[in-house]
Design a protein around this ligand. Structure first.
Ligand SMILES: CC(C)(COP(=O)(O)OP(=O)(O)OC[C@H]1O[C@@H](n2cnc3c(N)ncnc32)[C@H](O)[C@@H]1OP(=O)(O)O)[C@@H](O)C(=O)NCCC(=O)NCCS
Length: 138
C-alpha cells in the first residue's frame, strides 16, 4: 500500500511527464496490482515506472524522468530493472503504449529495441491513436 507521501511524489512526477494523469484512487488501485519504482536522488524522486505482468508479457504503464533530470540515464536504468524482472520470471515480451504524437518517447524506445506492432485507434481523450511498442527478449 502506498503512503500519502508516495502518492504525492508519484502524482507530481506523473504531471511532469504525462498529459493525462492518474488520480489518487487510480494510484491506490494500481499499487495493488502493479510494480511501482521510483528513482530517488537526494531523497527526491527523479524517475518512476509502473509496470504489470500481463499474459506472459510485461506492460509498462508509465516510465518517466523529471524534465530537469533527463539525459542522465535514469529511464535506461529503470528499463534495465524491468528487463531483469522479465528475465528472472521467464517473460519474453515487454510492451508499452505511446500517444501518437510522443516523438521523443518513440525515438527513445526505438533505440532500445522496441518496435511498433499495433495501433489502438483513438484511445486517448484527444481522440489520438496509441501505438503499442514491444520488445522481444532473448
Ligand atoms: C523518454 C524519457 C523516459 C527518457 O528519459 P531519460 O531519463 O532522459 O532517458 P535516458 O537518460 O536513459 O536516455 C536519454 C538519452 O540520454 C542519453 N544519456 C544517458 N546518460 C547520459 C549522460 N550521462 N550524459 C548525456 N547523455 C546521456 C542516452 O544515451 C539517451 O540518448 P539516446 O536516446 O539518443 O540514446 C523521458 O524523456 C520522459 O520522461 N518522457 C516523458 C514520459 C514518456 O514519454 N515516457 C514514454 C517512454 S516509455
Amino acid at each position: 500500500m502506498l503512503t500519502g507521501n508516495e502518492i504525492g511524489y508519484l502524482r507530481d512526477m506523473d504531471i511532469k511527464c504525462y498529459e493525462w494523469v492518474w488520480d489518487d484512487a487510480t494510484w491506490v488501485k494500481e499499487s495493488d496490482r502493479s510494480i511501482i519504482r521510483m528513482w530517488m536522488i537526494e531523497n527526491l524522486p527523479r524517475g518512476f515506472t509502473v509496470y504489470r505482468f500481463m499474459n506472459f508479457s510485461i506492460h509498462i504503464q508509465k516510465l518517466g524522468t523529471h524534465p530537469s533530470w533527463r539525459r542522465r540515464g535514469i529511464a535506461s536504468e529503470l528499463l534495465v530493472d524491468i528487463e531483469s524482472s522479465a528475465k528472472r520470471t521467464g517473460v519474453k515480451r515487454i510492451y508499452t503504449i505511446l500517444h501518437e504524437l510522443n516523438d521523443s518517447g518513440r525515438e527513445w524506445l526505438r533505440k532500445r529495441g522496441f518496435i511498433a506492432d499495433k495501433v489502438h485507434k483513438e484511445m486517448y481523450p484527444d481522440k489520438r491513436d496509441g501505438y503499442c511498442f514491444s520488445k522481444e527478449l532473448p
